[in-house]
Ligand binder design. Structure first.
Ligand code: MG
Length: 445
């Protein structure tokens, strides 16, 4: 059978003209013949434009102008991610194809033998997301198109409303609602204590040490009161979220989830720590409060049982902490089958590249739940050109190919790690300090 006959048959089968069939065949042949771009260099951009250390991996290829960026942000140990990439991952990657994303991920994940730790997972994520960026640039498409295209027009976000006292939180929440936000995370301080995600007052509590103090019961009663006030002042329609941040005992968390149920929270986040995940079975049996969990997760051993047994409602992984977009799109697919929704971690210690990756997953995954929102500072936008935009409480993807983000490396160099850090944070190289109960017992952060 000659080529003309074959083309006629192909055209008839596809209901297109023989000329179009010939053009398609030429394009397919050209694609097959196109050599894979090879990885020429792997670099880490170290920048802190908003004060938080943001390691971002840049992969350069042997094709002129073809490169990509990936988020490797483990801000509490950011300095350690840099040698993990430069000394261990870079030598594995030089000369390898830049278009084999899952294969590269599996190679890096297994090459350290001991795996699922936060430093190496973030280093792998930097590479993984840079390869997705490169593939999007090769295709001329934003990454969400490579993942299947949009399931929704934009990404519903939640804003953070916090304060040292109730009126401050309410004022902040009303401000966000006036800007169009429909979801608000509310956190209030406890006088004299180091409450998570909330302002501190000048009151001093008596303690047997000089570290910041936190007492679980004082926090729990303030948090419950906050929900009561919020429902009265903000109405029934707004969705209210809250993060316990694993700071109380499992049985205290169970009681809080039961008590707060009547205020219909959108979700309660991290009621227990990753070490206590078997307690979710008990919490689930006691109340219908929606549960979010996972920003501290590193390993499939942590999220698989919670999703499989339908013990949580929202999976809240820090995408780079799990190793990037490649593992997280699989997590999302598994979660969809079990009726669990996504709520990727998205505070200031995720780079704009990481936020763009979150948004790509948010747009393309049917089981999107909510996205932690962020409005980027002027300095962040000076370094990361093309940051995703927020309007009326929605995040919008940048429609340029890949993540749509270009890093201005000269601007990035103006804000090295340590910029704007002071006191204890500077001494700890951007790490967190300690929080203790009155008697000196360490509290989980
Ligand atoms: Mg959290």
């Amino acid at each position: 059978m000659n080529r003309r006959t074959l083309l006629s048959m192909a055209a008839a089968a596809a209901a297109i003209s023989p000329r179009e069939a010939a053009a398609q065949e030429r394009a397919a042949r050209a694609t097959r013949a196109m050599p894979s771009p090879k990885i020429k260099d792997v670099q880490v951009i170290q920048t802190a434009p908003a004060g938080l250390r943001l390691p971002v991996v840049k992969i350069l290829t042997d094709q002129d102008g073809l490169y990509g960026y990936g988020c490797a942000c483990y801000t509490q140990r950011a300095d350690l991610v840099v040698p993990a990439v430069e000394r261990y991952i870079r030598p594995l990657l030089i000369g390898k194809p830049a278009d084999r994303i899952d294969d590269t991920w599996q190679m890096l994940y297994n090459s350290s033998y001991w795996r699922n730790g936060p430093v190496l997972n973030n280093a792998i994520s930097g590479v993984d997301e840079a390869l997705w960026d490169i593939k999007g640039r090769m295709a001329g498409m934003p990454v969400y198109q490579l993942l299947g295209g949009k399931c929704r027009e934009a990404v519903d976000c939640y804003a953070h409303s916090s304060g040292a006292d109730f009126p401050q939180v309410m004022e902040s929440a009303k401000g966000y609602m006036a800007k169009g936000y429909r979801h608000i995370r509310i956190q209030v301080g406890v006088p004299g204590m180091a409450g998570y995600g909330a302002g501190r007052s000048d009151v001093k509590v008596q303690a047997l040490h000089s570290a910041p103090v936190f007492e679980p019961e004082a926090y729990l009663s303030r948090a419950l009161k906050l929900f009561e006030i919020a429902r009265k002042e903000l109405g029934d329609e707004v969705e209210l979220l809250h993060d316990i941040h694993e700071r109380v005992s499992p049985v205290q968390a169970m009681r809080f989830c039961k008590d707060v149920e009547k205020y219909r929270p959108f979700f309660i986040e991290d009621p227990v720590s990753p070490e206590d995940i078997t307690w979710f079975r008990h919490i689930r049996a006691q109340c219908t409060t929606p549960l979010a969990m996972g920003e501290l997760f590193n390993s499939p051993h942590e999220w698989v049982p919670l999703i499989h047994e339908r013990l949580i409602d929202y999976i809240r992984i820090h995408v780079s902490q799990a190793g990037g977009v490649t593992p997280c799109r699989k997590v999302a697919a598994m979660a969809e089958l079990m009726g669990v929704k996504t709520a990727w971690h998205g505070p200031g210690d995720v780079s704009p590249v990481g936020h763009a990756a979150n948004i790509a997953l948010d747009l393309a995954c049917y089981n999107f739940g909510i996205q932690e929102g962020r409005v980027f500072t002027e300095r962040e936008q000076e370094v990361f050109h093309g940051c995703p935009k927020t309007e009326n409480g929605y995040f919008y993807a940048n429609e340029a190919p890949g993540w749509g983000i270009e890093v201005d490396e000269k601007a990035a160099a103006k804000y090295p790690f340590g910029s704007f850090e002071q006191g204890e944070r500077k001494r700890l190289n951007g790490g967190w300090g300690e929080v203790r109960r009155r008697d000196g017992t360490i509290i989980k952060q």
